[in-house]
Design a protein around this ligand. Structure first.
Ligand code: TYD
Length: 204
């Protein structure tokens, strides 16, 4: 059986975690081996890089440095963990992937096309089978995320940064409608689950 690579994307406070649990349950009930991971992170080295990226004290980090560390963390988890699992036929659910770098570093930091190019090396061309983009207005997302605790280095960015990220996601979704499914993150948890289930059934 072929593996499946599913990613979730969106701004802060979009409610991805609840739906990750749901997707996991969906596939377990179908007797598939399911693994959840996150970016940056998922392997020992990637988690170390995550700490560098999210540390509030690293205010002097250059944008290109940031983009490359995200890509380095991704390269490690793709090769060490994601690709081998897909080859074994497992279902991988990943909280964020390359689209986050395109949106946050490409649009948010305004690094442009360089981001896609660097990431094509990082992933060796691996692409998700399906991506759920949780669409939420940045201001609303920020309010929701604030309730979840202390903001990390990226969450501390000004609202105009988060609006550029949002525009980035919109462009990605427009460019790749077959892969990227827009989810209205303001809908009820139940409605979102039903929508996701319909997409997953179609995918299988
Ligand atoms: P995390 O707490 O995992 O985010 P969330 O809970 O919002 O999914 O922190 C990851 C942060 O890193 C998040 O603010 C988005 C950012 N990020 C990038 O800027 N580029 C990337 O390539 C990735 C994967 C994440």
């Amino acid at each position: 059986m072929r593996g499946l690579f599913i990613t979730l994307e969106g701004g802060d406070g979009a409610g991805k975690s609840t739906q990750i649990e749901y997707i996991e349950k969906f596939f377990r009930e179908k007797n598939r081996v399911v693994v959840c991971t996150r970016e940056p992170g998922g392997t020992r080295i990637s988690e170390m890089l995550r700490n560098i990226l999210l540390d509030k004290q690293n205010t002097e980090m250059e944008d290109v440095t940031e983009m490359m560390i995200y890509a380095a963390a991704r390269s490690q988890s793709v090769r060490e963990f994601i690709k081998p699992a897909l080859e074994r036929g497992e279902v991988i659910i990943c909280d964020r992937f390359v689209d986050s770098s395109i949106a946050y570093q490409g649009y948010g930091r305004e690094l442009g096309d360089m981001v896609a190019e660097v990431n094509s090396y990082a992933t060796g061309g691996l692409r998700p089978d399906i991506t759920f983009w949780f669409d939420i207005d940045p201001e609303k997302g920020r309010e929701r995320a604030a309730k979840a605790g202390e903001p990390d280095r990226l969450e501390r960015e000004a609202l105009d940064f988060h609006y550029r990220v949002y525009e980035g996601y919109k462009k990605i979704a427009e460019k790749e409608p077959d892969r990227v499914k827009r989810i209205d993150a303001t809908a009820s948890i139940e409605d979102i689950k039903n929508e996701i289930r319909a997409y997953l059934e179609e995918l299988m």
